[in-house]
Design a protein. Structure first.
Length: 396
C-alpha cells in the first residue's frame, strides 16, 4: 500500500512538468538586426567590432530530486541495530544561483530499542518539510551558471506524521514496559531540520547527488522519554538523482557589427571630458538585484544600446555612477557594492572594445538615492557625454 502511494506521488510530479518548465529565448535579449559573427571574409569595407561580449547567464528553473538511503534514530542499542531504510522525494525551485527552495516528502519507517527488558520495535512515519537551500559553491567561488558541481547547505522545518506503532504497544502490554511517551494509532510531530548536500551534473538536466540531514523531533517520536525530555533525533544519509525542468543556464555568443574605421578622437588618450549632468547626451540605468553586482541577461539590451552609441561616436565619453539601496545593508557594504557595480559595467564595456580612457567610474554608496523606489537604487547609471551632441539624443 505504501509503495502504491509513493508511486502515485511520483507520477503526479512528472505530470506537472508542462506547468513547471521554463524556457529562455536568448534572441529576445539582443537586437535582431545585429548578426553573430560566423567568419571574417575581410572583403568588405570597414571592420568587425564587438558590439557585446559573450556571456553565460543563470536561468531560474524547477527540479525534482529522488533519493534513497539509510536513517539512524538515537537510542539504546548498537549503531547497526538502529538503522532503517529511508526514501525522499523533493520538488524545488531555484530563483537564483545562490539560493533555492524545496519541498520534501521523506520517510518509510524508523527503528528503536528498549534496553531492559529488551524490546525492539518499528513504526512508520511520513515527513513533509520545506527547506531553504544555500549554494556554498556559489557563496565561496562566485557566480558561474554552467558549473557542474554544487555543494549546498539547507535548513527548514515541517511536520512528521507517525503511525503503526503496534510493536511498541504490544511490548508495553507484554513486558509491562513504562515507555512514558508511548503513543498509539497516529501522531503529528513538528520537525526542524538542517543538513549538507552535493550535486554533480552529468548532463544539463540531470545530476547525481548525496545528502546528509539531521531532523529534530519531540521527545515522544520514539515513544521513550529521554533525560530531561530531550528531543529525539532522526538522521538520514541518502544518494539519488536530480532532474531539472528546462535549462539551468543560457549562453549569448559575442555580437559583432561591421562599421567604418573610426576617426581618432581629437583629445589626448589620457584626457576625459567631464561635463555637467544637464549636458549629457543620454543615459541608461543598469539595474542589479539585492547584494549583487552581477550583470543580468535582461540588462544586456541596455548595454548594447550604450555600446552602439559609443562605437558610432568615438569622441563620446561615459561616466559610470554606482549606487546602493540605503534601506538594506550597512554603509560599508553599500559602498563596496556601488564600487563593484561601476567596475563590472566598466569591464563589460572594455571587453567590448571601448578604450579605458573613455570611461570614468564613480561610487556613491547609499549617500545619494537617485530614485524614490528603494529597489531602483541598486543601479549603475551610465551618463554619456558627446561634444558633437550636447543635447539629449533619441533612438539610441
Amino acid at each position: 500500500m505504501r509503495t502504491k502511494k509513493m508511486t502515485l506521488w511520483l507520477m503526479l510530479a512528472f505530470l506537472w512538468y508542462p506547468l513547471l518548465s521554463q524556457n529562455v529565448d536568448a534572441s529576445m535579449l539582443v537586437p535582431q538586426q545585429v548578426q553573430q559573427k560566423k567568419s571574417d571574409d575581410g572583403g568588405s569595407q570597414g571592420e568587425l567590432r564587438v558590439l557585446a561580449p559573450g556571456m553565460t547567464y543563470f536561468v531560474p528553473h524547477w527540479y525534482v530530486r529522488t533519493m534513497g538511503g539509510i536513517a539512524y534514530d538515537v537510542g539504546e542499542a548498537e549503531f547497526s541495530q538502529l538503522l532503517s531504510p529511508s526514501l525522499q522525494f523533493s520538488l524545488g525551485y531555484q530563483p537564483m544561483q545562490l539560493l533555492g527552495f524545496k519541498g520534501n516528502l521523506t520517510g518509510l519507517w524508523a527503528r528503536n530499542r528498549y534496553a531492559y527488558p529488551e524490546a525492539r520495535y518499528n513504526w512508520n512515519f511520513l515527513q513533509a518539510a520545506i527547506d531553504a537551500e544555500l549554494s556554498l559553491t556559489t557563496l565561496f567561488l562566485g557566480e558561474q551558471p554552467d558549473r557542474n558541481t554544487n555543494a549546498y547547505a539547507f535548513v527548514g522545518g515541517g511536520v512528521a506524521y507517525t503511525y503503526n506503532n503496534d510493536d511498541a504497544v504490544e511490548a508495553d502490554k507484554r513486558y509491562g514496559i513504562d515507555f512514558q511517551k508511548l503513543w498509539e494509532k497516529r501522531r503529528w510531530n513538528p520537525v526542524l531540520r538542517a543538513g549538507l548536500g552535493i550535486d554533480y551534473h552529468v548532463a544539463d538536466y540531470m545530476a547525481i547527488g548525496a545528502e546528509l540531514a539531521a531532523n529534530m523531533l519531540p521527545d515522544h517520536f520514539n515513544s521513550k522519554r529521554g533525560r530531561g525530555n530531550n528531543r529525539d533525533w532522526h538522521f538520514t544519509a541518502m544518494v539519488g538523482l536530480k532532474f531539472t525542468f528546462g535549462s539551468r543556464y543560457g549562453k549569448i555568443d559575442p555580437l559583432y557589427e561591421r562599421v567604418a574605421k573610426p576617426v581618432p578622437p581629437v583629445e589626448k588618450k589620457d584626457s576625459f571630458i567631464d561635463v555637467p549632468v544637464e549636458k549629457i547626451s543620454f543615459n541608461v540605468n543598469i539595474q542589479f538585484v539585492i547584494n549583487q553586482s552581477i550583470i543580468r541577461a535582461n540588462q544586456i539590451p541596455k548595454l548594447t544600446r550604450l555600446l552602439r552609441y559609443l562605437n558610432a561616436h568615438p569622441k563620446a565619453f561615459v561616466r559610470l555612477s554606482g549606487y546602493a539601496d540605503k534601506d538594506t545593508g550597512t554603509p560599508e557594504i553599500n559602498m563596496r557594492l556601488s564600487i563593484e557595480r561601476s567596475q563590472v559595467v566598466s569591464r563589460y564595456l572594455q571587453d567590448a572594445g571601448i578604450e579605458e580612457w573613455r570611461i570614468r567610474r564613480f561610487a556613491k554608496g547609499d549617500r545619494v538615492q537617485p530614485f524614490d523606489i528603494p529597489e531602483d537604487n541598486r543601479v549603475c547609471i551610465c551618463y554619456v557625454y558627446d561634444p558633437d551632441n550636447p543635447v539629449p539624443v533619441e533612438n539610441w
